[in-house]
Write a protein that binds this ligand. Structure first.
Ligand SMILES: [Zn+2]
Length: 109
């Protein structure tokens, strides 16, 4: 009966979950993947990029096993976060009447 969710939610490939020894870890990784399955692509890499920066947290390699994201994708998410997501369009930001003028010329370089 759980085969339906198994299709959409990534199954953790880490050693602990493979061995099936630590219930708390298995549960935690399962919930991480459940959560990730509801996010869009950029949100997934930002979340995992954020986790990769957690002091004493999992390495990129480990997070890659847990979430199924490439290590390169995780690094990319981290870089984008470090850059304050400035180069990433924010869909939710809508122009409200009379906002800032984006046409101001930047005469640099
Ligand atoms: Zn795991």
């Amino acid at each position: 009966m759980t085969s339906e969710t198994a299709k959409t939610v990534h199954q953790c490939q880490c050693d602990v979950c493979q061995a099936g020894t630590d219930r708390d870890t298995i549960q935690h990784h399962r919930q991480m993947n459940l959560f990730l399955s509801r996010l869009n692509e950029p949100q997934r890499r930002w979340y995992v990029g954020l986790l990769s920066q957690k002091p004493g947290g999992d390495s990129d390699r480990q997070l890659s096993l847990i979430t199924g994201l490439d290590e390169e994708t995780i690094r990319r998410g981290r870089r984008e976060l470090e850059a304050d997501l400035t180069n990433v369009p924010n869909d939710r930001q809508r122009r409200e009447g009379g906002g800032r003028r984006s046409a101001e010329k930047k005469t640099r370089s």
